[in-house]
Design a protein around this ligand. Structure first.
Ligand SMILES: Nc1nc2c(c(=O)[nH]1)N[C@H]1C(S)=C(S)[C@@H](COP(=O)(O)OP(=O)(O)OC[C@H]3O[C@@H](n4cnc5c(N)ncnc54)[C@H](O)[C@@H]3O)O[C@H]1N2
Ligand code: MOO
Length: 639
């Protein structure tokens, strides 16, 4: 393979996103092609031309009520004091709702207002007005009337109107065919077995489904290895048949990032690098008249780039405007730093606490797929800003329905596996509520309650003086605030070590002596406070601990670090060790309590939370994990 021809490209442009998208829209000038499809299958499709009714609805004068059809003139004499008799056939006929009205009649009297005297005769006491209770021809739809203009997205009721007007086949815009080419020699299908360095290909499926959602027809190709000839062939095959081509990864400055050179060789490159973070290394080009969008490999960058560049192309093809997201004004719980000169897209969590929406940034790392799963909204920081201060009011694009956000219980503080159980039990009882948790550590959890950014915080803070948990911290840090400490769990902290405890770790002294590779927790985490106390008690300095500066953010991450490394050790809770099939040496029993504002504790959501904690079903689930005792009949401590 002639790989030398494709030199690394180190410097990327920083083109404004709007400029980059306009360029490709102009070059593409995609226009819709019409196809006729059965009306019953046209849900969500876009009409490609105006649609006119073939027949009227109703196409005959139809009775709107069950009753009798009459000629209004025959009934004018009827009066309460002078009941009028009408004879069947000549002066009236019985009709049901929807029946055609015989030619000689022009009104319907409801059956309730008719006195049946015998088989042939009825009596009425009120005259009928012409056309009463009759749906005249075309009341609903008039033949030749325009039902829909072009560019209308068909909804279920629209399909009904089309069929009623006898349109059984509807002209819609053909879906643009979008070919998706995942590239990368490290990629494997999810079904294959994983070895180090291999990554499961999943961006392709994400793309295919967004494209479907946006109205396109995706064609997800097999993984293409990082070899110029393979990439070239995949691109040439794709532009032959598709309307738009998406090629994933190989967009940056890596030694195997050939895509940009290949597009340049086969056609034109308009853009390599846009002024956005993440998503910078986008490639926009054209081969044989077809637009090729090279989206970065990292999943978050990939999704954003797809939305910025592929969605407008799909919409251009369908001739519909690019839909805008609903926005929400929120208060920022944390400061947000942004790059000058580039648009920043920050994934955000939003909570509705104390009557206001508070938003906090999720991780900014472009490789974290779960940040897209968890995000409630997207904050777009414009290129001329350096960011926002904590407490600023900003507008956020919503990625989730507002109702869902409003009903979320915002959970902060320390991580514990039982919070996930609590969350699923709550969802079982109240499918309109959910727990959103961020694992920031006990101390940050207390602060989140103090600043009104969370409803509940899980905390386990050992007071080195009193050897008591939580109470002294809350009293000191939340003085003057009305809060409740709800005794939740007793759990055991201990050494998490490889099976068989090869380094024979039993205490901090042993840990230091064996020079174990220690996986520490972040500052402010309850486990970290415990560890520092153990060091102090045994007069061991942090410098003696190998790995003291490596901070993990949860018990499970500590266990994951220990797994597969015979020299590693960590401090954490029993279930984390069990989950990763590691050994556990108990060190201390601790109280993991729930800190809440009094207002939340007494709210409907707060009462639900407590009722789930006290439920038998929850206790059974917790017992299944092992290593916990749920505090039963707990009395909340008002502070
Ligand atoms: N020296 C520099 N390095 C990088 C730069 C840079 O400017 N200078 N940019 C970084 C940024 S920002 C991004 S974004 C990535 C873009 O990388 P590529 O588009 O070249 O993609 P890869 O390196 O091949 O992959 C990145 C990452 O994503 C995974 N990946 C790729 N395809 C898929 C897929 N279909 N499904 C799931 N995951 C996928 C891939 O395995 C890598 O882990 O470059 C930075 N580096
Ligand atoms: O631009 Mo990359 O897309 O930041 O992660």
């Amino acid at each position: 393979m002639d790989e030398k021809r494709y030199q690394r490209k180190i410097y990327l442009e920083d083109k404004p996103r709007g400029e980059a998208v306009n360029e490709i829209l102009e070059a593409a000038s995609l226009s819709p092609k019409t196809e006729f499809i059965p009306t019953s299958e046209a849900l969500g499709r876009i009409t490609s031309e105006p649609v006119f009714a073939k027949v009227s609805m109703p196409h005959f004068h139809a009775s709107a009520m069950d009753g009798v059809a009459v000629n209004a003139e025959d009934t004018y004499e009827a009066h309460e004091q002078r009941p009028l008799h009408l004879s069947k056939g000549e002066q009236f006929v019985y009709v049901d709702t929807g029946n055609a009205i015989p030619q000689q009649f022009n009104a319907v009297i409801m059956i309730e207002n008719v006195q049946i005297l015998d088989d042939e005769t009825i009596e009425i006491i009120e005259p009928a007005t012409p056309w009463q209770h009759i749906r005249p021809i075309g009341e609903d739809i008039v033949q030749e009337e325009m039902l829909f203009p072009q560019g209308h997205r068909l909804r279920p009721a629209d399909l009904g109107a089309l069929l009623a007007a006898q349109i059984t086949e509807v002209p819609v815009a053909k879906k643009p065919l979008v070919t998706i080419i995942p590239t990368g020699s490290e990629l494997i299908q999810a079904e294959s077995s994983l070895t180090s360095g291999k990554i499961i290909e999943f961006n392709g499926t994400v793309f295919a489904n967004y494209i479907k959602e946006w109205g396109g027809e995706p064609d997800l190709k097999a993984i293409v290895r990082d070899e110029p000839e393979n990439i070239k062939k995949a691109l040439l095959d794709a532009v032959e048949v598709s309307d738009i081509v998406v090629i994933n990864a190989g967009s940056s400055a890596g030694s195997k990032d050939y895509t940009v050179h290949i597009i340049a060789e086969l056609g034109t490159v308009f853009t390599h690098g846009v002024a956005t973070r993440p998503g910078k290394p986008v490639i926009l080009g054209q081969i044989n008249g077809k637009i090729v969008v090279g989206v970065p490999g990292y999943p978050v960058s990939a999704y954003l780039a797809l939305e910025w560049f592929v969605r407008p192309l799909v919409c251009q093809y369908l001739q519909i405007p690019v839909p805008k997201r609903q926005t929400l004004e929120v208060k920022l719980g944390r400061r947000i730093v942004s790059t000058m000169g580039a648009e920043d897209f920050v994934r955000m969590n939003i909570g509705y606490v104390n009557g206001q929406f508070i938003a906090n940034p999720l991780t900014r790392a472009a490789g974290v797929t779960m940040s897209l799963v968890r995000a409630d909204g997207l904050l777009v920081v414009s290129p001329d800003l350096l960011g926002y201060e904590q407490g600023d009011t900003v507008e956020i694009e919503l990625l989730r329905p507002l109702e869902e956000i409003r009903n979320s219980i915002v959970f902060s503080g320390s991580h514990d596996l039982t919070i996930d159980l609590l969350s699923s039990q709550l969802k079982r009882q109240r499918n309109d509520m959910r727990i959103v948790s961020s694992h920031v550590g006990s101390m940050a959890g207390v602060m989140a309650i103090r600043k009104g950014e969370a409803h509940v915080a899980g905390i386990h803070l050992l007071d080195p003086e009193t050897k008591e948990y939580n109470v002294s911290y809350v009293k000191k840090l939340l003085a003057g605030q009305e809060v409740v400490l709800y005794p939740f769990l007793k759990r055991t902290q201990g050494w998490i070590v490889p099976k068989g405890n090869p380094l024979k770790v039993n205490d901090v002294a042993g840990l230091a002596e064996a020079q174990a590779e220690y996986a520490n927790r972040q500052k402010g985490a309850g486990t970290r406070i415990l560890f520092d106390l153990l060091l102090k008690e045994q007069r061991i300095s942090p410098e003696q601990i190998n790995g003291y500066d490596r901070e993990m953010f949860s018990h499970l991450s500590v266990a994951a670090e220990v797994k597969g490394n015979e020299k590693a050790a960590g401090l954490g809770i029993y279930p984390a060790a069990k989950a990763m099939n590691l050994d556990f040496i108990p060190v201390a029993d601790e109280s993991y309590d729930l800190l809440m504002t009094k207002a939340f504790f007494e709210s409907e959501q707060g009462r639900w939370l407590v009722s789930i904690i006290q439920s038998e079903a929850f206790k059974i689930e917790v017992d299944k994990i092992g290593g916990y005792a749920v505090a039963s009949d707990a009395e909340p401590i008002y502070i």
